[in-house]
Design a protein. Sequence first.
Length: 250
Amino acid sequence: MSADSRATTGPAVGTVSDPLGGNAAVVGRVLAVCVVRAELEVPTRVGRTAIDKRPVPHRVPVRGLGLDGDHVCDTEHHGGVHQAVYAYAEEDANGWSGRLGRELPAGWFGENLRVTGIPVSDAVLGAHWAIGDTVLEVSAPRVPCATFQHWSGEQQWVKRFTAQSNTGAYLRVLTEGTIGADDEVRVVHVPAHGVTVRDLFTGADMARLELLLESEPTLSDDVRMQIDRHRRRHANAARAAEQREQEATA
């Protein structure tokens, strides 16, 4: 993993009795809260996207399905309670900015929250973040799609984004409230299984993903299907390796 693929500060571990009581360590800060500016036409099946998000200067109410003033167009593949809020780390955005040679302002990744000081792509699944009077749960990685490719204007963007695996994180709303720029991000609970957003996205270690299935009851059906795809991929690779070995010794 490259040096610029990780944020510099790790989350506090454990659970506090009062998530909003100020006892948990502050590990990050919200730089911007972003909602959709305008829908855009894209050459996809749905034909429209709400990926163009921009910072707003005021506190934004956060509901079970996301931020007030925000929405998704492709409701079949995006949105829902397990993808209510999307966060991306400033540190990862700066890494991409350097590689692409251009500024990537808050909202460019389609994120609702641009944050700093917390390793979003290495957050533990099921961890709880207290931001303002809102509590969010880390629920899934972002999987890049054709709309993201079109929006970026970069060649092979999906492949490059996938290879870097700095996906950011989708968040589920546990406690509704409001979020604004400069709010502290406090990690108030981290599950003991330790499986991260990046672990799930890459699927490199099936033993860890099986542990996640056993340990985390809040996983969405989409995440369970993602783990099943990784399981099939590993099984196919094992069968191919066995076949090659048999052919080599025949």
